[in-house]
Design a protein around this ligand. Structure first.
Ligand code: HMG
Ligand code: MG
Length: 308
């Protein structure tokens, strides 16, 4: 059996937060359940952010509390502050994710705070999570570049990542929020982040695919020893504060690549495509994923004649 790669499915959160169509809560619940059924072991289920900032996820409490949870599957939720944590706990959250950025300007637009202020906000959130024995992951947005500031120094990325770990996060995900990254950025970013104190096993990549470079960055991430990748079913996603950014690398494409390279994900592609199909119908959108379409096309082709 190949070495394990953990896929962190962010479709129900990142995938839906920037869509023009607000998906009904019951469709979201069915989506999360179908994703877990496909073998995904981590499904970021929703966000408890301001409903004014992200109306698409205003029903986070309904969604999280309605999902029938599968044993062994984790259902983290995005939390920006103490109020978000209260709401998340009340809805039954057992794992959270906090988020900041390596770019001051992006962080200000996204959460109306400097990077420093965002750490001040996390302190009580992470302390409470620890007291409740709830795991927390931390995101570093704009790790590969910023829509407002342009190039970002990998040393700044490493510093923010290490601070998240020190603050109490057990995993840190480096985000290419706007999908500008290229593989030659990966070794230095990963190397500096590990040097700054984040163990390789606690480091994830979160790659949006605006310019078609996400899978190339995954392949380089694998070479550098990364074994946790975030992705979104069908490839939906984006952030309203990252104008023009496309969705995350599609889970179907990620699974195809890493399994083809000899790793195990535990994901059943056929069941994953079914999960994507349901939400794509509700969104009225064709999924950007390439592998999704390849799987569908293969289903429609007549079976090859057998040789005997
Ligand atoms: P603010 O306006 O500075 O906050 O927003 P505030 O504390 O002054 O509160 C303003 C109002 O919001 C108040 O209501 C609060 O009660 C309410 P009012 O008194 O005016 O009626 N409020 C809340 N309501 C519900 N849940 C909450 C909450 N907090 C405050 N948790 C804030 C600051 C952080 C709240 C806001 O800017 C916000 O929610 N931002 C979230 C933006 C967001 O979700 N962005 C997308 C996710 S991040 C992302 O996509 C990147 C990632 O994928 C990685 C990558 O790709 O790089 C993770
Ligand atoms: Mg994202």
């Amino acid at each position: 059996m190949g070495e394990r790669v953990t896929v962190v499915e962010v479709g129900p959160r990142d995938g839906l937060q920037n869509e023009g169509t607000v998906v009904p809560s019951e469709v979201k619940v069915a989506f999360v359940e179908a994703l877990a059924r496909s073998g995904l072991q981590v499904v970021e289920t929703t966000a408890f952010v301001s409903p004014r900032a992200i109306p698409q996820l205003a029903d986070g409490a309904t969604v999280l509390s309605s999902v029938r949870r599968r044993p062994g599957v984790r259902y983290p939720v995005l939390v920006p502050n103490a109020k978000g944590l209260e709401r998340a706990l009340a809805a039954g959250a057992r794992e959270i994710a906090v988020f900041t950025a390596a770019s001051e300007t992006f962080n200000r637009r996204n959460v109306n705070a400097s990077i420093e202020e965002s750490f001040e906000r996390f302190a009580p959130v992470l302390a409470r999570a620890r007291a409740e024995r709830i795991a927390a992951r931390g995101y570093v947005s704009c790790a590969f570049g910023c829509p407002y500031e342009g190039a970002i120094d990998p040393r700044a990325v490493a510093e923010v990542a290490a601070r998240l770990l020190l603050a109490g996060c057990s995993e840190v995900s480096l985000g290419d929020t706007i999908g500008v990254g290229v593989p030659t950025q990966v070794p230095e970013m990963v190397g500096r982040t590990v040097e700054a104190g984040v163990p390789l096993g606690a480091l994830a990549l979160h790659l949006h695919d605006t310019r078609g470079t996400a899978l190339a960055n995954v392949a380089e991430g694998l070479r550098q020893g990364i074994r946790i990748f975030d992705s979104s079913a069908g490839g939906f996603g984006g952030c309203p504060y990252a104008p023009g950014a496309a969705g995350n690398v599609a889970t179907e494409d990620l699974v195809w690549l890493v399994e083809g390279m000899g790793f195990e994900t535990g994901v059943d592609l056929e069941l994953l495509v079914d999960a994507t199909e349901g939400v794509a119908r509700a969104l009225g959108r064709v999924p950007p994923s390439r592998v999704y379409h390849a799987v569908k096309a293969a289903r429609e082709r007549p079976a090859a004649p057998s040789s005997n």
